[in-house]
Design a protein around this ligand. Structure first.
Ligand code: GLC
Length: 478
């Protein structure tokens, strides 16, 4: 018996010392909730992918996909001169769309920095453009009242000390115009013999220090990305623990994503980033709901891609936003400006259309989250809920014919109205023929009597003012 107690104590000691090791930052759940409060409230941001690849017009992975050498790729740097770059216009557009924050590629995988860095020549100030484009961007977005974030690529296809890995332009050779064969282990060794990741790790620290000291308060840092394994890269390669400590020291309020491979470390990351897909439910880690944001393109590319045609339509984008909020998440929607610094007309139109909807319906997005389990969404609707003002929002994806029955809501609704025009929606008894077997259920149900004609709104929203008393200080919690 004694032996068992001793062993289990040893075991517990091991677990707690392990947990100790895996803790990077001391912060309670409550403190984290508060630090992230603006972000969970705001829900909607603009992602911007802009760099030398924008000139190629074939997406930001063009250097890797087409196995382009540094020498050949140099033409995009030499011609980088966005004569129509006007970040004030971008910021106004983001704002018009109802976005509250924005994240821009300070450096993408090609290694080019949109900012003036002491640690590289491969930077915007050395192109014909000659100015710190990031500085101009930060000033413009801040002036419009938007929060600002930097995307920073851990991956670097230009830095001479960055070792060639499986996601590198030099990790495969073309054998014909279309087929690429991976290089052998021997070739990896040969290519990497003079490269030193220690030097690259210093470079990461130096550049992050620049980004987090020279541009004032930075609200978000979006790292990209890890792919651990043989010929891959992860936390050891980046020195992620040191990086995150540095970041927290320089900008204690900053919100950091999860792509630097520190998932199992408490305080190592703030939110998770499901990319280009819709989550089935609110993502969890260790059995707990976590903050999340889906990042998505309008078309199938992040960087400007002239010939990409798979553009999502307005309704699809609105559903994406509403559905994400209904599962407690955010949306970061991407534009890939052109080499001239303009936003493609299709993206601009899409943003303006989202703005048309947001202008009248934003109340069902900001400050909202997943509805409590007691509320069941009627068919073809999505629910969101604002815990602070205790209101429920019903988004009508497929406009019903006059009657919308909501189950189990008898006695719970004080008032119902459309959001877009604040017109009353009458509450009546469940309407129409009710099969005997459903009678019991129907007693608890109510009916919303809708106008026959669908209002002139892509997705009409009904606001339900609930009867139930709630503490007005309630906030979104994880
Ligand atoms: C992926 C891609 C990258 C893009 C990013 C956006 O990680 O590698 O090109 O920037 O997704 O989240």
């Amino acid at each position: 018996m004694k032996k068992i107690i001793f062993l289990s104590m040893l075991c517990l000691a091991f677990i707690s010392s392990n947990a100790q090791q895996k803790k990077i930052w001391d912060e309670t759940d409550q403190e984290k909730n508060e630090r992230l409060a603006w972000w969970t409230n705001d829900r909607f941001g603009l992602f911007i992918h802009w760099g030398t690849y924008s000139l190629a017009g074939r997406g930001e992975w063009v250097k890797e996909r087409e196995r382009i050498t540094d020498e050949t790729y140099q033409k995009y740097f030499d011609n980088f001169n966005p004569d129509l770059y006007n970040p004030v216009k971008w910021a106004k557009l983001a704002k018009a769309a109802g976005m509250k924050y924005a994240v821009i590629t300070a450096k993408h995988h090609e290694g080019f920095t949109l900012f003036d860095s002491k640690y590289t020549d491969y930077k915007v100030t050395n192109t014909p453009y000659g100015k710190d484009a990031l500085k101009e961007w930060v000033d413009a977005f801040r002036a419009e009242g938007l929060k600002i974030g930097f995307y920073y690529s851990l991956v670097d296809w230009h830095h001479p000390e960055y070792t060639i890995d499986e996601r590198h332009p030099q990790s495969a050779k073309f054998v014909s115009s279309r087929l690429a064969t991976p290089i052998s282990d021997e070739e990896y060794r040969e290519l990497n013999k003079d490269r030193d990741m220690n030097i690259y790790r210093e470079y990461l620290k130096n550049q992050l220090t620049e980004l987090l000291t020279n541009y004032g308060k930075v609200d978000i840092l979006f790292f990209d990305f890890s792919f651990p394994g043989e010929h891959g890269k992860g936390k050891e390669d980046w020195g992620s623990i040191e990086l995150i400590k540095l970041i927290r020291k320089l900008q204690p309020e900053i919100i950091v994503n999860d792509r630097h491979d520190l998932i199992e470390y408490a305080g190592g990351w703030d939110y998770t980033t499901p990319e280009q897909f819709k989550v089935k439910q609110w993502p969890t880690y260790d059995g707990k709901r976590v903050p999340w944001e889906t990042n998505q393109t309008f078309s199938g590319s992040w960087g400007y891609n002239r010939d990409e045609l798979t553009w999502k339509d307005n309704k699809m984008l609105l559903v994406l936003l509403i559905e994400s909020v209904s599962k407690g998440g955010n949306v970061l929607l991407n534009v890939g400006p052109t080499g001239r610094g303009t936003i493609d007309y299709r993206a601009e139109n899409a943003l303006l259309k989202i703005g048309d909807w947001m202008k009248y319906n934003e109340r069902s997005i900001y400050g909202c989250t997943q509805a409590p389990d007691e509320f069941e969404a009627p068919d073809n609707t999505i629910l969101t809920y604002n815990p602070t003002i205790n209101r429920l929002y019903i988004h009508l994806l497929d406009y019903p014919m006059k009657n919308l029955t909501i189950k189990g809501m008898k006695g719970k609704v004080k008032y119902a109205q459309f959001l877009h025009d604040m017109s009353e929606i009458k509450i009546t008894e469940p309407y129409g023929y009710i099969p005997l077997s459903d009678n019991k259920l129907a007693e608890q149900d109510i009916n919303l009597l809708l106008p026959l004609n669908k209002p002139n709104v892509e997705i009409p929203v009904i606001e339900i003012i609930l009867n139930t008393e709630k503490e007005s200080s309630a906030k979104i919690q994880y």
